[in-house]
Design a protein around this ligand. Structure first.
Ligand code: TYD
Ligand code: MG
Length: 454
């Protein structure tokens, strides 16, 4: 391919194509593919064969000190970062517009500043008065944060060179533009160039940068996935509209575990940390009702109990509905197929609705058994015992497979007052629990035990 040939990029996922198309083959989004100019805006490529300099090489065994970290004072945020913010690291915080990214980052930057970091907050979206008003509402007006409102990256970088802060927050990266890049602010080329400039500045000058990125549903503005590969840590801030819970999830972390989550609650006075999320997610449980099962899950390094809810009703439609919120739809189809094929419990002709209470998203295969329990409970109209938690992976044969961190799951369940757990056989139980564990070899055994003959 010659260098001058046009290139097209999906603004949602960053995949590149040689031809325009209405739908992105990589992520399935519509109308997100735009033409992109090559990024090398400066001098053309040097002739191959021109020599560079040799780079320094070292041994793997060389001892480096652990990177210095700074806590923000917000325990949930520090946990997701892997124990605080690493010096000179680049962090991307993505999320839907309006989910609370600016609120979170303003609280975080104030926290870091109060811990002694020289911190700047650059807003490209809101006027200074707006940010100051929010800071006052959140009780952060006295934090030693310096605020700037600017979108020209050249001016921002010049300011950073003279100020040399420890931390800078850029809200949002999509509003930033470089005059050396010949395309509109928000385009893939601008986003990549702006992120590249800020990340290389971070590494060069030992400044930590936190970039805010809006997840976008249309093609005019490029989304944060386009720059995920450039940064050290990628966090997504998620939550259901209408729920006050917000989850900060690490999807990539070069300095800590990925999959770690922090739980927050959006209140009138900003984001409050939720130290005991299991209690919160189970708090609105009433009397035991058919269709609900408590799943003892693990999010990152922390056990988290959630309620899986199912509703099964006769369908008036030729193709019954399968509606899933907070779980993987394909996983539901698999579990329904296993129930039908291995346990002879058909769901044909029935609408199935499946939901994780509280707006949480569960990705663990360990949720399979809880999903099956909720489905069966809804179908048979029999409530599961209120004192029981369920977990385990279901294989296509109908066998139950043990899952990781059984001990942590059981401890959390015991802490919250549950007295019985249903788990796959061969689960590593550890020693001494005040909770009775019933081990099941397969789904048929589970159906027989919990719902009589099935
Ligand atoms: P915001 O941080 O502006 O979202 P983002 O930067 O992700 O677009 O937050 C917007 C929402 O948060 C807005 O709908 C109002 C709500 N909110 C509260 O409920 N309480 C608060 O204290 C604040 C500051 C915002
Ligand atoms: Mg914002």
């Amino acid at each position: 391919m010659s260098r001058a040939s046009p290139s097209f990029t999906c603004t949602a996922c960053g995949a590149s194509f040689r031809k325009w198309a209405g739908r992105c083959d990589a992520c399935g989004a519509w109308n997100t593919i735009v033409e992109e100019k090559p990024l090398s805006a400066g001098a053309g490529p040097r002739a191959l064969g021109a020599r560079g300099r040799s780079i320094a090489l070292g041994a793997l065994a060389e001892a480096d000190a652990a990177p210095p970290r700074q806590g923000s004072g917000m325990a949930e945020l520090d946990r997701v970062l892997g124990g605080g913010l690493v010096a000179a690291s680049a962090v991307l915080v993505g999320g839907d517009p309006g989910i609370g990214k600016s609120t979170l980052l303003l609280q975080a930057v104030a926290g870091f500043a109060r811990q002694g970091m020289a911190a700047l907050y650059i807003s490209g979206e809101e006027a200074g008065a707006q940010v100051r008003l929010r800071a006052r509402r959140l009780g952060l007006a006295d934090a030693p944060v310096r605020l700037g409102t600017e979108t020209s990256l050249r001016d921002i970088l010049t300011t950073l060179e003279t100020e040399r802060p420890d931390l800078v927050v850029i809200d949002s990266i999509q509003t930033m533009w470089l005059d050396s890049v010949d395309s509109a602010p928000g385009s893939v080329a601008q986003l990549r160039a702006a992120a590249h400039e800020l990340v290389s500045f971070a590494k060069r000058r030992g400044v930590s940068v936190i970039l805010v990125g809006h997840v976008t549903k249309e093609g005019q503005i490029a989304g944060p996935r386009v720059i995920e590969h450039m940064v050290d840590t990628v966090l997504y801030f998620e939550g259901e509209r209408g729920h006050q819970f917000r989850i900060l999830r690490a999807v990539k972390n070069r300095f800590g575990p990925a999959d770690e989550i922090g739980v927050f609650e959006m209140t009138g006075a900003g984001l409050a940390e939720v130290a005991n999320p299991s209690a919160l997610f189970l708090s609105d449980r009433g009397a035991p009702s058919p269709g609900a099962a408590v799943f003892a899950g693990i999010e990152g390094t922390r056990p988290l109990l959630t309620e899986i809810q199912a509703l099964v009703a006769p369908s008036p439609l030729g193709t019954p509905r399968r509606t899933v919120v907070g779980l993987d739809g394909a996983r539901l189809s698999t579990i329904l197929a296993v129930l039908e094929a291995r346990c002879a419990i058909p769901f044909a002709g029935m609408d199935v609705f499946l939901n994780v209470a509280g707006g949480l998203r569960v990705g663990e295969p360990a949720a399979d058994l809880a999903v099956a329990a909720a489905l069966l409970s809804a179908r048979e109209d029999v409530a599961l015992p209120a004192d029981t938690v369920v977990f385990g992976e279901i294989s296509l044969s109908g066998a139950l497979r043990p899952v990781g961190q059984t001990e942590n799951r059981l401890k959390e369940a015991e802490k919250l007052g549950f007295t019985r757990a249903i788990a796959p056989t061969r689960s590593k139980l550890g020693a001494g629990f005040g909770i009775e564990v019933q081990q099941m070899p397969d789904l048929t055994g589970f159906v027989g035990e919990v719902f009589g003959a099935g």
